[in-house]
Design a protein around this ligand. Structure first.
Ligand SMILES: *Cc1c(COP(=O)(O)O)cnc(C)c1O
Length: 388
């Protein structure tokens, strides 16, 4: 979503922090996945942004959903999404969640350990199991590889065990790490999948599903590979290594489906000069919206001021010094009350946010509603002026 003059004007009356969400941008992002990865079934990773407007927009387009908890499951089910459009790729699930998912008819679950297979055999007997592999996450700005994933050898063993436990060996999944900047990462992971696929086929276990996971990047301050570039390289490897017939290819994007649809509007609430370090305090920070900045994640910023740039340290409103958003940020001279806009802030801002120290997550306003409100209010304003 572009920060237009009109959007600045329309958002002026809103209290900050506020996250503006644009449905048209969500629809465009989903259409881009459909167009660049034809034949690949798209499951939105709900954790990236579980706002009802996001979920309902994707549900209306026929998207699938990747859910990891009962709360995510219920949010998606409440929109009428059928169990065949839902899978759960978290390799460690709580039993109450599993029970609820099974009761709802969901039958596709990831695992990466024997303990999880035993859990599935008890609570989701006969379900389809896919194994989460550990793959190279070195191209990613938010790696996810340490916590989860089986080696190739373990994956083969686990899928054999799954069958022995009465589960259905279904496929493989991986995650190259979130905000992955190396377009070759997916292809590398696919080569590993191919080895496992072949080894299992030789022992009579035919897998069906291959998930490309998430990790597709959103443009912030640094260049990122485009979806087209990633898709081109990835699909080439898929076609060369896997039989086209009977292959269910899926993808689970989170960030890339919602990132660009969000504009975070914040206000300057304080400023200080410590030595020669200029600090700016905003009403949104690490705890209530910008959690990803703790790993050095940088957003592109806009303000409404002109003039020479100054070097600032940006911090959030809470009393904790972890609540520092970024150092060495170049911005024009700003004053208390000025707005600072964070572009492409739709992913992992709301979902990571807490109300720590009483600073609540941003209110969410849908751009269409804002435009509608403006259209309704404008004539009244004119009438009042005319009448006075
Ligand atoms: C978080 C997650 C995703 C989405 O990752 P993005 O980097 O946001 O695209 C997909 N699959 C699984 C299992 C995840 O945990």
């Amino acid at each position: 979503m572009r920060l237009s003059r009109r959007l600045v004007e329309m958002s002026r009356a809103l209290a900050t922090p506020v996250l503006l969400l644009d449905r048209a941008t969500l629809r465009r992002a989903y259409a881009a996945f459909r167009a660049t990865l034809p034949g690949v079934d798209c499951y939105y990773a709900v954790k990236a942004n579980p706002h009802p407007a996001v979920l309902s927009t994707f549900a209306a387009l026929g998207a699938g959903f990747e859910v990891s908890s009962a709360v995510e499951l219920r949010a998606v089910r409440a929109l009428g999404v059928g169990p065949e459009r839902i899978m759960s790729s978290n390799p460690v699930k709580t039993i109450p969640f599993l029970q609820e998912a099974v009761a709802a008819g969901v039958d596709r679950f990831a695992a990466d350990s024997r303990a999880e297979l035993i859990k599935l055999a008890h609570h989701a007997p006969g379900s389809r199991v896919y194994i989460r592999l550990t793959v190279d996450n070195s191209g990613s700005e938010w790696p996810l590889s340490k916590k989860y994933g089986a080696s190739a050898a373990d994956a083969v063993q686990l899928l054999r065990e799954a069958r022995a436990f009465g589960l259905r060996p279904y496929g493989l999944t991986f995650h190259v790490g979130s905000q992955c900047l190396d377009k070759a990462s997916w292809a590398g992971a696919l080569r590993l999948c191919h080895e496992i696929w072949g080894e299992l086929a030789a022992s009579g276990i035919e897998l069906q599903m291959l998930s490309l996971g998430g990790g597709f990047p959103v443009r912030h301050t640094r260049p990122v590979p485009s979806l087209e570039e990633i898709a081109h390289e990835t699909l080439q490897v898929v076609r060369s290594l896997f039989p086209a017939e009977r292959l269910e290819l899926t993808v689970e994007p989170g960030r890339a489906l919602v990132g660009e649809a969000g504009l975070l509007v914040t206000s300057v609430i304080g400023q200080a000069l410590r030595g020669n370090e200029r600090w700016l305090y905003l009403d949104a920070g690490v705890f209530n919206a910008l959690m990803e900045t703790i790993e050095g994640f940088r957003y592109e910023l806009r303000t409404e001021r002109q003039g020479p740039l100054r070097r600032y340290t940006l911090a959030g409103p809470s009393c904790d010094s972890v609540d520092t958003i970024a150092t060495d940020v170049q911005l024009p001279e700003l004053s208390i009350g000025d707005r600072v806009y964070f572009l492409h802030a739709g992913a992992y801002t709301l979902s990571y946010a807490s109300g720590f120290n009483g600073f609540e997550p941003p209110q969410v306003v849908i751009c269409d509603d804002l435009a509608r409100r403006e259209r309704h209010e404008a004539p009244q304003a004119t009438a009042a002026l005319a009448g006075s």
